[in-house]
Design a binder for this molecule. Structure first.
Ligand code: BG6
Length: 500
């Protein structure tokens, strides 16, 4: 088949939640589309002893939401092999290599190997080391390492982890996943900016007043509370996903649309990301934790009541803050960011707020006639598309203006065909395209930025936790953060007539 990719996948954490929820369905969709056909195989590893038959059942169960004939599923799962594996035991890697070689011959995989670390980051270093010392890295084909977050806990631990994996893999063999970079509308930021003169020529501090990035989630921490207790919203969402979105919004146009040129621009703009002083971090960042609430007759428990959460936990489930890029294009334009669990709605969006005109000539006609801010909204989820708020004349006698929303959203049918983030990213890794993965130089900078905030928070216990009810848009302090600058959050689902 023309598009067919050839590789052996070795998934560490093959019995885990990520593999079942994301990796197997994504590999199956690639299989259905012909990207994977005869010449691929997957070895799933984990500690527990499973048979191949049992593993095949786990995989077909993970595909239950996808429409497919049973014989197609069976043909797909036939490419999967299970290997019980203790990542610290050198002998187990010998067994793994024997199986890998056998599959390489059976499926004619040309020694191409993709190693996927889908397990606790504590073991990433050990695995990477053994892959090299036990000669599982091939010399004839390609070796690529896909690595899941969290990539470190702070700058120092991220650097240590990076050194460990770099002792076995070169930077261009490493694909660090940030699944937000696989989302359609996040990728679309580049198309909007670099494909439209009317947007890109206004894309600077002369015309833009502020940019707002909202990653709001309706769910609580659910079964991931154990991990969340050691992370919190800053590490879980701001250091990675939000910072990556801000980077794509702020970077200069790349020389070409190649991975190398895009990375160069991302790294360059991140060098201009202002690292707060502790004093500034205290002022520019707000943290929150959700309290219990009854929403639509159902009681939602507080964070502190969740299983595996310390009943006096001070971990933040909400962050709002201000990022600033100190460069010619962005000086003076705040990037307000906000994310949290158990907020009013699941909504991921970017609101680009333009400056007001130098004067409002309609004000003399009616005192009421204030011009609305022009806002470009990039809707990432649950709907995908753009909105542009402009002012126009109200129909009828007289001359009043009113804001009009020009909305372009993809139809449900078009969105249905849209590949899921992991599907895109797996295909990118198969193609050797690292554009939508994060480089160490990007991560190191965003960790330095997040570390300052984490440090000041660690020094002072929050006195008001929990400080926002489930189902709200976070603590009042998040609104005050913008009010202090004479601004407001464009997206506010709590308003009777929502802004958008
Ligand atoms: C993950 C976080 O990276 O992203 C989760 O660890 C969060 O806490 C998730 O829920 C959100 O992703 P999405 O794609 O559902 O917006």
């Amino acid at each position: 088949m023309q598009n067919e990719k050839v590789a052996l996948f070795i998934i560490f954490g093959g019995s885990g939640d990520l593999a079942r929820r994301k990796l197997y369905p994504s590999l199956f969709r690639l299989y259905q589309k012909g990207y994977l056909d005869q010449h691929f195989a997957v070895i799933g590893t984990a500690r527990r002893p499973w048979t191949d038959d049992y593993y095949h059942q786990v995989i077909s169960d993970s595909l239950s939401s996808i429409q497919a004939p049973t014989d197609q599923i069976a043909a797909f799962t036939d490419h999967f092999y299970y290997q019980a594996h203790d990542v610290t035991n050198s002998e187990h890697y010998v067994v793994l290599e024997n199986l890998a070689e056998k599959l390489d011959q059976k499926y004619d995989l040309q020694n191409n190997r993709i190693f996927y670390m889908a397990m606790s980051p504590n073991f990433f270093g050990t695995i990477a080391k053994h892959l090299k010392t036990e000669n599982i890295l091939t010399t004839a084909g390609f070796n690529r390492l896909i690595i899941e977050k969290p990539f470190g806990h702070d700058y120092n631990s991220a650097e240590e982890l990076n050194e460990q994996i770099r002792s076995s893999f070169t930077e261009n063999q490493i694909y660090r996943i940030d699944h937000y970079l696989g989302k359609e509308m996040v990728q679309n930021i580049s198309a909007i900016r670099f494909g439209n003169n009317i947007i890109e020529s206004l894309w600077n501090n002369r015309y833009i007043d502020n940019i707002q990035i909202t990653l709001s989630e309706a769910l609580g921490v659910e079964e991931r509370a154990g991990y969340y207790e050691s992370a919190g919203a800053m590490r879980d969402m701001v250091q990675n996903h939000i910072s990556q979105i801000a980077t794509l919004l702020a970077m200069e146009p790349p020389v070409s649309f190649s991975a190398a040129d895009i990375r160069r621009e991302k790294i360059k703009v991140l060098r201009s990301l202002h690292i707060d002083t502790p004093e500034e971090a205290r002022r520019n960042f707000v943290r929150g934790q959700y309290a219990a609430a009854t929403v639509d007759g159902t009681r939602l428990e507080s964070y502190r009541e969740a299983t595996q959460v310390n009943s006096e936990s001070n971990v933040e489930t909400f962050v709002a803050g201000k990022m600033e890029f100190e460069n010619y294009r962005w000086a003076g334009v705040p990037f307000y960011v906000r994310t949290g669990k158990r907020l009013a709605k699941k909504e991921t969006r970017v609101d680009v707020v333009f400056k007001q005109l130098p004067m409002n000539i309609f004000e003399t006609i009616s005192d009421e006639d204030k011009l609305s801010d022009n806002v470009l909204t990039i809707y990432v989820e649950p709907t995908e598309g753009f909105g542009l708020r402009v002012n126009a004349k109200r129909l009828g006698q007289g001359f009043e203006t009113r804001p009009v929303d020009l909305d372009f959203r993809h139809s449900a049918a078009a969105a249905g065909n849209n590949p899921e983030a992991y599907e895109r990213l797996l295909l990118d890794a198969l193609n050797g395209d690292s554009t939508n993965f994060t480089h160490w130089d990007e991560l190191s900078q965003t960790w330095k930025f997040a570390d300052v905030v984490e440090k000041v928070w660690a020094e002072t216990k929050p006195t008001d936790f929990p400080n926002y009810p489930s189902g709200s848009m976070g603590p009042v302090a998040a609104d005050k953060l913008l009010q202090r600058d004479g601004r407001y959050w464009i997206y506010n689902p709590m308003q009777a007539t929502p802004d958008k």
